[in-house]
Write a protein that binds this ligand. Structure first.
Ligand code: UT7
Length: 323
């Protein structure tokens, strides 16, 4: 039996930091409103010449370094993003080229904020089916390019960044106590297509468009679906919430994170929060949060971790893994 092991994690945030006061100086909003309603205090915004692939490559390099691996070992690149460099080819192929990775599998996964959970599942399947022995799973976004900077209801919520995991196919072990990806739950409900979307695109409008959102509807569904999906992956393995060492939720809103943790009964000290510093980085938020937890010592080998995310579509999912 093959299992996908996490060999390394890495992340990258653009140098430019924009705090709430900077936004309040040009929009009808305030630091107090943004903090109270979202928990966000600042976000990183990519430089004009920085592309999603640049952020992704930097995160990937750091994940490889952590794993003690070279780009030559990368046999598959799965990039979760909704902000590709170009409509095509897949930004994963730009990452492959910039990284100097050899000929192999490279594709983008588009599930918006749930992209990293979907990307993990794709990479895990590639490894377990024997298509590759090493896969980079990257979440990288430049949402700043999709925002309507005159719309206070969305402009304050998002940031840019990237995070990456290097996964390795492993034939050792196969029990719940062994390391690796243990269970995945993915779902989508296209009836909510219009609740969180971009009003442009090559087929519909021949333009890029801007992000539009029915925030309250997203909030309501997020809390229910995110909690359910964690229970589903735990249920599949027979493990319980008490067995969890760490919950690493998608970072959209502190109120959503706290509501999900409360619903599940996961205490605050087991819940990783980065939304205050990173804002919502869509598909990048989970690997960015994993990187923070690895750096501050909360994430060490053997820990049981659940990640979950919901975004446009709606698409959502959760993964249970032993780090
Ligand atoms: O990754 C998934 C992506 N998205 C999400 O997860 C977002 C989920 N939703 C949310 O996080 C929240 O719904 C928001 C943060 C977007 C909004 O918070 P809310 O508590 O649901 O506020 P609301 O939309 O009900 O708006 C309350 C008021 C409104 O004014 P009125 O109608 O009560 O007079 C808004 O116009 O707040 C106003 N408002 C703002 N005021 C100051 C909306 N945005 C702002 C703002 N600054 N930036």
């Amino acid at each position: 039996m093959i299992r996908s092991l996490v060999a390394g994690v890495g992340a990258y945030l653009p140098a430019r930091v924009v705090d709430n006061d900077a936004l309040a100086s040009r929009l009808d909003t305030s630091d107090a409103w943004i903090r109270e309603r979202t928990g966000i205090t600042r976000r990183h915004i990519a430089a004009d010449d920085e592309l999603t692939s640049d952020l992704a490559v930097e995160a990937a390099r750091r994940a490889l370094e952590r794993a003690g691996a070279k780009p030559a070992a990368v046999e598959a690149i799965v990039l979760a993003t909704s902000t590709p460099d170009h409509t095509f080819p897949a930004t994963a192929t730009a990452v492959q080229r910039k990284l100097g990775a050899p000929i192999g599998i490279a594709l983008d996964v588009q599930a918006v904020c749930a992209g990293f959970a979907y990307g993990l599942a794709v990479a895990d399947s590639l490894l377990r089916l024997g298509h590759a022995r090493t896969a980079l799973v990257i979440g990288a976004e430049t949402f700043s390019r999709l925002l309507d900077w005159n719309d206070r209801s969305t402009a304050v919520l998002f940031g840019d960044g990237a995070g990456a995991l290097l996964l390795r196919a492993d034939r050792q072990g196969g029990t719940l106590a062994d390391r690796g990806l243990l269970a995945t739950k993915l779902a989508a409900d296209g009836r909510h297509y219009g609740d969180l979307w971009v009003d442009g695109g090559p087929s519909a409008t021949r333009s890029t468009g801007h992000l539009r959102m029915n925030g309250r509807e997203v909030f309501r569904h997020a809390v229910a679906r995110l909690a359910e999906s964690v229970l589903a992956v735990l249920g599949e393995t027979g493990l319980s919430v008490d067995d969890l060492d760490l919950l690493v939720p998608h970072q959209a809103n502190l109120r959503i994170i706290e509501a999900v943790a409360k619903r599940l009964g996961v205490p605050a000290e087991k819940t990783v929060v980065t939304v205050d510093r990173h804002a919502n980085t869509s598909a990048a938020s989970i690997p960015l949060a994993l990187d923070v937890a690895a750096n501050d010592g909360r994430l060490v080998a053997g820990r049981l971790v659940a990640v979950n995310a919901l975004g446009g579509g709606f698409a959502w999912g959760a993964t249970l893994l032993r780090w």
